[in-house]
Design a protein around this ligand. Sequence first.
Ligand code: MSP
Length: 509
Amino acid sequence: MTKRAYITTPIYYPTAKPHMGSAYTTMAADVYARFKRLDGYDTRFQTGTDEHGQKMQHAAEKLGMTPQAFVDEQSAAYRDLAPLLNLSDHNFIRTTEPRHYAAAQHLWSKLVDAGYIYKDSYAGWYCVADEAYYTEAELIEKDGERMAPTGRPVEWLEQESYFFKLSAFQDKLIEHYTNNPTFIQPESRRNEVMSFVKGGLEDISVSRTTINWGVPVPGDDKHVMYVWLDALTNYATGDGYPGEMPFFNEAIHLVGKDILRFHAVYWPAFLMGANEPLPKQIWAHGWLTKDGTKMGKSNNNVLDPQELINQYGIDAVRYFFLREVPFGNDGDFSHERMVQRCNTDLSNDVGNLFQRVLSMVAKNCAGQVPALGTLRTEDEALLQQAAALPALVRGHVDQLNFHKALAAIWDVVGAANKYMDTQAPWTLRKENPEQMAHVLRVLLECFRPLAVLLAPFMPASAQTLQTQLNYHVITLEELEQAGQIGLTEGTALPAPQGVFQRFELEQAA
Ligand code: MSP
């Protein structure tokens, strides 16, 4: 049976250009997708843009454009992220596509048939920036004005509206969270959602008559669907809804912590109401901050992914954010930390190690994989640690613990550096060339899993490392089956070349 995986990013509002905060989720999703493919899974990876709603309609009006022309222009910048971030094969969805209208309207009709949608009138607070309804009790006061809990302005809204009976799902949601303890991750976020739901749920307004930029409500096109009901459906649309959804049971939705409630409460309730399957997991990560404040257009503190990538290269950027920020926590960017990670982790720890060993092989072993002698305890220890790495990394990536996966890889890098220093093959060169060859061979064997497992994180650099070893594997299974020894004596190796660049902080900052 084919093993399947499905990873999604939120679909982004294309009102502004993408910043590093949105690129972050997409890079993380790509690492997961690449890893699962390496691990033999048929993998679906989806990202896209969320193009309806009041916010979009207003932004277009301000520029004197039609909403459609506006989103066509704006969403291109998000599609262009793919080559910039070196994304692997993925599905890019736009909520203005006909296939998505069909999916959203189908879900709506099923909710109507099941009796979970009814018409009433709505009077309450709405925050356009968040595209969210808030109760009086949730509002905060800022400079004598009522504000959304996010600190953004709210407006009073009175209109005829369709409602979704969210109140009917309190027990069913609690039951689902309880029976599926990893449905919401990390644990602390799960507890937050649990207590929110236990506090009681009110029905939510799911249509608007005050705007017309949205998916029309079937049978009543005075109304358009609430943008979140429309947007959440994208995850199903992309998997073929209303047709069969081959990947949906495996879906992991990566989301920022600010949009967890929509994903962990509304979305499963909509799906339960329509009697559709639920995704496997909702994973809420933290925010990238600049001097402690959330990076975002409204805070005027965004980091441009293009600039950062021009400066450091995409592999270093991918590595930095996934290594530096434990997935789930907030994380701050600084050039100082970035330069340090590039120089220490990449250039010194990995780059120099490969370079030293490969240069010695080029000079002293005719540029060929040298012969292995009898394995001693210290050789076995290193080889065993390296051979155990694929399973360790798999365990961490499956839990979206990218920083732990990288830390485990660097444990082996550290052990290899230590082995190199203690064995000192450069002193063996004259006194015992056979032993030198043996030591270099042990190191080359230990490099194999490193070069393979780094590929999901730093695809281009890992490719170069594999070329240097003349070792390419298609799946993790092949790597694991090879065990401790996988190279063939006498295989020619290309001339060594540097893989990671060094940076000077003064120039970088
Ligand atoms: N369109 C909705 C999502 C609909 S999904 C069915 C939306 N869009 S957004 O463009 O405002 O935000 C998209 C994602 O980017 C969210 O997960 C949000 O948390 C994330 N980020 C926005 N700024 C961020 C940082 N500074 N750091 C990390 N993630 C950030 O909400």
